[in-house]
Design a protein around this ligand. Structure first.
Ligand SMILES: [Zn+2]
Length: 740
């Protein structure tokens, strides 16, 4: 019999291999013309990601022109579609002109899919706070390089490269495209995103009828990373991307992204220098592979849903969902039969099997609770972590390893508790837990069933011979470690305990193998875990290389005559305290800067340009309008004019007597608006007769104006401005109120 320590070392090696394999391919500087080369895509990236280029900005126009010109030069039929969009978004109407770049490469025989095209989608806009090299410049550059590769040898279907505008403002361009074209002409949508500046590209979202697309994805790149568990998780989360717009309209497709280094996401560090070139290569390899795989196929071909997962990031295992459910049923029946036989033969006792299962579940609960508690302690000791996106420290490895070892310690302790029962009973108890999870997933979330299917199936022989007890953990070691790691990246450190629980569910299969002679192994693993967490906590700090994101906003309100410094940070730091002081006033929110708590201090009044709202009709209430269905009404048409530096302008309309407003041909869905870009816009409102309309206009500038920056002085090198998700960032807000 192989010594137990050797078995454990082999398991650790398999797990390490699975984690090491989970990385993007090496970037290729040059490649044959039909293939993708990150080196060639990089030239596009450098052009796109020079500076922030949000929707409505001059840099946005520059990027759009570059993309359109390049696609045209490469031989595509290019149109720039400009659409006015008014999109309701969490109680606010977002108003913008979206300019989508649509580049079509004609297929050699589009009748193969009755004219339906393969649609590749990436957004050409960025957030205002970062140059967007990863999000979504890498995908834009990779799509241009894919377009070039496609021209070396066409495919039968039309391929449309859609570069959308305003994704960051709420998928405005994608909505405009769907409104204009519908999705009838779309055979499949391939959307490309980033939430961080590195890591492998993984396909995390698809939709019903995904079988044929998943199968194409499996052969598209050297590293087809995807699993149907992620898809089940993701479709239950409130995340939104361009892909969602197409999916809601009824299109089928795949959504892929790289998500590591979230610290760079939406920040000034999302630049060309920091972008992982491997991620760029992985984006492009997958694009070219999918275009070749799907380009010649009938895109209308149906197919059921698939259960799928990759092994060592190299092979995509996939089978139909009906097969997964049937196999689960057969496996659970087989387990039940073997258990009955085992009990009849006297090798197993029901009470013992159930007791082991109870201990295993207890270990999972303890693993989650302890790692969650440990993170609370770390966060309390280092409040600065709260400044970071997903509280993810630059040296996250200490915390990841520490949390995982805490989970392992719980399992080792459980093995000690379980030593009073026979090895066969411990194996059986762990398999019963796995079987319950398999049944639950097969019934409720079939896409997750693979997590427990293959460990349970390979565990059945262990009921006959304990020598086979190392098989299920071996399967788990190949499947789980990259999933646990990715879960920690996706959820962030505060929720890393969820990933620990998830890993522990597979870890219970280790119970027959873990040392159970004494409590010392559990104590030892706990001590190592604590040492790792303590080291990470002690080493954490902000430096010029790992700056602290903070923000400072100058607010000028011409209506009240009061000017303020505001910051949504948890506490003042060396920079913000220069104007906020040590004990700033605390507000629950400050519209339109933040819906969350902010710090506030008085600021001197600076003479900044002010946005305006001017009536285009007579300000005196006119004679009753008898055509209105609500009886006599007052109609006001007015123009909002942002200042040149505004990237976004908030407009709030008084609700008293207001019957409705229109912008262009569209009825406004709310009385709060966000206008993107500095162009002026005309609105018409209907009110009860004699009612004045109060309009508050607030310009949002990116970055502090020079006058305000001079008051606070330069940023220390260990801080940087950031927008993480929807967090407010350095800027100025100039607010004015008008009676019309
Ligand atoms: Zn994006």
């Amino acid at each position: 019999m192989i010594p137990r320590v050797v078995v454990l070392l082999v398991l650790a090696a398999v797990g390490a291999l699975a984690v090491l394999a989970f990385r993007p391919p090496a970037p290729v500087a040059d490649a044959p013309p039909a293939e993708f080369a990150a080196g060639r895509a990089e030239r596009h990236l450098e052009a796109v990601a020079q500076r922030p280029h949000p929707i409505g900005s001059a840099d946005g126009e520059r990027v759009r022109d570059y993309v359109a010109d390049t696609a045209r030069r490469l031989g595509a039929e290019v149109t720039v579609e400009s659409d006015e969009v008014v999109v309701p978004w969490r109680g606010v109407a977002r108003v913008a002109t979206a300019h989508n770049v649509v580049a079509r490469v004609r297929g050699t025989d589009p009748s193969v899919s009755a004219g339906k095209a393969l649609l590749l989608v990436a957004h050409h806009d960025s957030v205002p706070t970062g140059p967007g090299a990863a999000d979504d410049g890498a995908a834009v550059a990779a799509m241009l390089e894919t377009l070039r590769a496609l021209t070396t040898g066409g495919v039968r279907n039309d391929v449309v490269f859609l570069f959308t505008d305003g994704e960051e403002a709420g998928s405005l361009g994608a909505r405009a495209y769907v409104r204009r074209h519908g999705v009838d002409g779309v055979g499949a949508v391939l959307n490309w995103e980033a939430r961080g500046s590195g890591g492998p590209v993984w396909m995390f979202q698809t939709g019903p009828g995904n079988g044929p697309l998943v199968s194409a994805f499996g052969g598209a790149s050297s590293r087809p990373i995807a699993n149907s568990f992620a898809y089940e998780v993701y479709r239950r989360m409130p995340n939104y991307s361009d892909f969602t717009v197409f999916q809601e309209a009824g299109a089928r497709g795949l959504d892929s992204a790289f998500i590591e280094h979230v610290r760079d996401y939406h920040s000034p560090h999302d630049d060309v220098e920091r972008l992982d070139r491997g991620s760029l290569q992985h984006h492009g390899e997958t694009m070219v592979g999918l275009v070749r795989a799907l380009g010649d196929r009938d895109l209308r071909a149906g197919g059921g849903d698939a259960v799928y997962f990759d092994l060592f990031s190299r092979v995509l295992v996939r089978y139909p969902t009906w097969f997964a459910v049937a196999l689960a049923a057969v496996t659970v029946v087989a387990l039940a039969s073997l258990l009955v036989l085992g009990v009849r033969s006297g090798r197993l006792r029901w009470r013992a099997v159930l007791a082991v299962a109870g201990v295993a579940v207890g270990a999972v609960v303890v693993a989650g609770a302890v790692s969650f508690g440990a993170w609370l302690l770390v966060a309390a000791a280092r409040p600065g972590l709260g400044f970071l996106a997903l509280s993810e420290p630059p040296e996250r490895g200490w915390f990841v390893a520490g949390s995982c070892l805490l989970g392992l310690a719980a399992l080792v302790a459980a093995a000690r508790v379980a030593r009073r029962w026979s090895t066969a009973e411990v194996v059986a108890g762990a398999l019963v837990v796995t079987a319950v999870l398999l049944v639950a997933s097969a019934v409720a979330v079939p896409g997750a069933s693979f997590l427990f299917q293959w460990t349970l199936l390979t565990g059945l022989p262990a009921l006959a011979t304990p020598r086979a007890a190392s098989l299920p953990p071996l399967v788990a070691a190949a499947i789980f470690p990259p999933l646990v790691g990715t879960m920690m990246v996706a959820l962030g450190m505060p929720l890393s305990a969820v990933a620990v629980v998830f890993g522990a569910l597979a870890g219970v299969l280790l119970l027959p193998l873990l040392p159970s002679g004494s409590w010392w192994p559990a104590v030892g693993v706990t001590a190592v875990a604590v040492a790792l967490l303590a080291t990470g906590t002690a080493r954490f700090g902000f430096t010029p290389d790992q700056p602290r994101p903070d923000s400072l906003i100058y607010l000028r309100d011409t209506a009240t005559g009061r000017s303020s410094w505001l910051s949504p940070d948890p506490a003042p730091d060396a920079w913000t305290s220069r104007v906020l002081g040590a004990n700033p006033e605390r507000l629950a929110s400050a519209h339109p800067v933040s819906t969350g708590p902010v710090m506030r201090a008085d600021a001197p009044d600076l003479d900044l340009p002010t946005p305006t709202a001017t009536a285009l009709t007579s300000p005196i209430p006119p004679s009753p309008d008898l055509t209105s269905p609500d009886g006599p009404a007052r109609t006001v048409t007015f123009r909002i004019t942002p200042t040149a530096r505004a990237w976004r302008t908030h407009v709030t309309l008084s609700e008293r007597g207001l019957r409705g407003c229109r912008i262009g041909p569209t009825d406004l869905p709310s009385t709060t608006l966000e206008l993107y870009g500095p162009s002026s816009r005309d609105l018409t409102c209907h009110l009860a007769p004699g009612t004045p309309l109060e309009v508050t206009v607030a310009d949002q500038w990116v970055g502090l104006p020079a006058e305000a920056a001079a008051l606070v002085g330069p940023r220390p090198p260990d801080t940087m401005p950031v927008q993480s998700g929807n967090r407010p960032f350095d800027g100025a807000v100039v607010r004015a109120t008008f009676q019309l």
